[in-house]
Design a protein around this ligand. Structure first.
Ligand code: HEC
Length: 404
């Protein structure tokens, strides 16, 4: 981000000329790739932010998950989404520009802050895993680092929000049916403490460790894969969220064949409190895979959550807080009454803000985190949003994944 708002006249003309010359592509290289440049002597892969967002709405591509009902065929549904996400990416080690099956895009502005994208694979720092959260044998705290991607429909919306790199447009965050996002979550947990990670999918990444805030090249192992699908059949929320865990004890030729679905959710079960959940009151908008091997901690009252996630939350509970300004925390406050807590377990539509008067960001926490980080770096920049959302926020929520 070199251009500043007041230099926008010249930049706008350049932008216009470039858009005329390359109508189907955005401005490659507008947004920084990573927090740090590669260290001297590094010969491994170098992360490139996939940012040539489509400038026209992509035509409808295949939506294999539409052949299945997420309510009655959740396993087929989530597996079809995973196959779609991995196609063309596995053979190129998730270097998105090499995918010949379909295009995928990264969200901008995840490079800044101490948790920002590292230069090898674009990983950002996530909530850490406390002792015993991943396995009863786990005695140490471990770090988790992740990278998220959007398909062309999602990339189109991200490109619209960030069309003016100096003034993001939060009002453009309308993801259309068929948008898919997925996220690979890696951990620096050892196989000795988390045995099901054996024979897994490993990357080298430029990350910190639990004992040091200085980044260095370290080995991380794939632990969790998250998927999110904009599916209008999910009438309450407009989205379906699902997650997989790596299980080295599951049969499968390659590590990515050993990902096991943990579950799927398409709503927050707004009437189920922690007190009412139990054998007689079952969740009807979360499906948990009864055959998952590694021990799971789920979200509030058994709602879906992934191995690295905050147990007081759920995928959709946290994601529906994506808004500008982010005036509410991503997780319910500690010691909140049940009624207050249940505000985080409503079913709100894909374009409805979590807080009245703010601008909804379509369940996208990368848009939310990116805009917040951009504003922190450019305090005088203007974010286009609902009038009331432009007033100063009481408090900007943290962008980390529910760290207390
Ligand atoms: C307590 C908060 C929290 C919970 C719970 C949570 N996430 Fe997220 N998620 C985030 C944040 C913050 C980001 C954006 C930053 C990043 O990618 O690290 C994100 C990013 C994502 C993305 C990339 C697209 C996007 O929205 O930016 C996907 C897909 C995703 N999460 C899926 C899931 C799934 C599936 C679950 C449940 C298994 C889940 N998340 C649970 C906080 C959460």
């Amino acid at each position: 981000m070199k251009a500043e708002p007041y230099r926008m006249c010249a930049s706008a003309v350049t932008l216009l000329v470039l858009l005329c010359l390359f109508p189907s592509e955005g401005l490659a290289g507008t947004f920084p790739d990573a927090h740090d440049p590669p260290t001297a002597g590094w010969t491994g892969p170098v992360f490139k932010l996939s940012q040539d967002y489509p400038s026209t709405a992509p035509t409808t591509g295949p939506k294999p998950w539409k052949s299945f009902s997420f309510k009655t065929q959740p396993k087929q549904y989530i597996n079809s989404v995973l196959t779609y996400c991995l196609a063309g990416n596995v053979e190129h080690d998730f270097e998105l520009e090499k995918n010949t099956v379909r295009k995928w895009y990264h969200a901008p502005w995840m490079h800044s802050t101490v948790n920002g994208r590292e230069f090898v694979h674009g990983l950002t720092r996530e909530r850490g895993s406390r002792p015993r959260e991943l396995h009863p044998n786990q005695t140490s705290s471990f770090q988790n680092w992740a990278v998220g991607m959007y398909n062309a429909r999602g990339g189109y919306t991200i490109g619209r929000v960030w069309r003016d790199p100096n003034s993001p447009d939060a009002t453009a965050a309308h993801f259309s049916d068929g948008t898919v996002a997925f996220k690979l979550l890696f951990t620096d947990a050892t196989v000795a403490e988390v045995p099901y990670l054996h024979d897994g999918f490993e990357w080298q990444a430029h990350v910190t460790s639990t004992s040091s805030t200085t980044r260095s090249i370290r080995t991380v192992r794939l632990l969790q894969v998250d998927v999110a699908v904009r599916d209008t059949r999910a009438t309450g929320t407009g989205w379906v969220f699902g997650t997989f865990v790596y299980d080295g004890d599951t049969p499968g030729a390659t590590p990515l064949d050993r990902l096991v679905p943990v579950g799927l959710m398409w709503g927050n079960d707004p009437s189920v409190t922690a007190a009412t959940a139990g054998p007689s009151v079952r969740l009807s908008q979360t499906w948990i895979n009864p055959d998952v091997g590694p021990p799971q901690h789920l979200g509030r009252a058994g709602r879906l959550n992934g191995p690295v996630d905050n147990p007081k939350s759920s995928c959709m509970s946290c994601h529906m807080t994506a808004e500008y300004k982010a005036v509410s925390d991503m997780i319910p406050p500690t010691n909140a009454t049940t009624a207050a807590t249940m505000r985080w377990f409503r079913n709100i539509g894909a374009t409805t803000p979590f807080d009245t008067g703010q601008q909804a960001l379509g369940y996208s926490l990368q848009l939310s985190a990116g805009i917040q980080r951009f504003v922190a770096a450019h305090p005088t920049a203007i974010v286009k949003a609902a009038a009331s959302a432009r007033r100063p926020a009481r408090r900007i929520a943290t962008v980390r994944r529910g760290e207390p």
